[in-house]
Design a protein around this ligand. Structure first.
Ligand code: MN
Length: 178
């Protein structure tokens, strides 16, 4: 985690800062940059995504939170029929993402919960993404996220993720997005 945070994430951040330096994107929030990222070039797309996605990911992690709020639980049951089915669908999104990418729980424009995965450093805020919405919970499934501890066993890493989800943050994001 230390290497992931201090080296991988930092590299995306540094490269993003360099990519937008002196351009019209320099002082624009990432969420706005993503809305027209197709016109901004690969350095902005890949490093902006890497910077932003990891920021959500770290805040997703923590210990001692109680679980989904009553509102989020009810939305989860409505969209996926149960918490176990939701977790299974999220796990499948992570397990079946070929190569590198991210699994997402996100809120659609019509305020419904949905699950997807994105390749590389893309995310559902990007105009190039076939699925769009507001990110609520994400899991990094790049090999660099798990290889040192789990080697090739991505599924074990995904299962262990649920022990350290910071639901307080997911609940906050859900409340804000709704
Ligand atoms: Mn990563």
């Amino acid at each position: 985690m230390e290497i992931h945070y201090d080296r991988h994430h930092r590299t995306y951040f540094n490269n993003y800062v360099n990519a937008v330096k002196g351009t019209t994107l320099e002082n624009i929030p990432l969420e706005k940059v993503f809305a027209s990222v197709s016109t901004a070039g690969d350095a902005v797309r890949n490093n902006g995504g890497g910077f932003y996605n990891h920021t959500i990911f770290w805040k997703n992690l923590g210990k001692g939170s109680s679980g989904p709020s009553a509102e989020l639980s009810s939305a989860i049951n409505q969209s996926f029929s149960s918490f176990d089915k939701f977790r299974e669908a999220f796990n499948n999104a992570g397990k079946t993402r070929f190569g590198s990418g991210w699994a997402w729980l996100y809120l659609t424009a019509d305020k419904k919960l949905a699950i997807t995965s994105t390749p590389n450093q893309d995310n559902p805020l990007m105009d190039i993404s076939p699925v769009k919405g507001t990110p609520l919970l994400t899991l990094d499934v790049w090999e660099h996220a798990y290889y040192l501890k789990y080697q090739n066993k991505r599924a074990d890493y995904i299962d262990a993720f649920w022990n350290v989800v910071n639901w307080d943050e997911v609940n906050r994001r859900y409340k804000e997005a709704v």
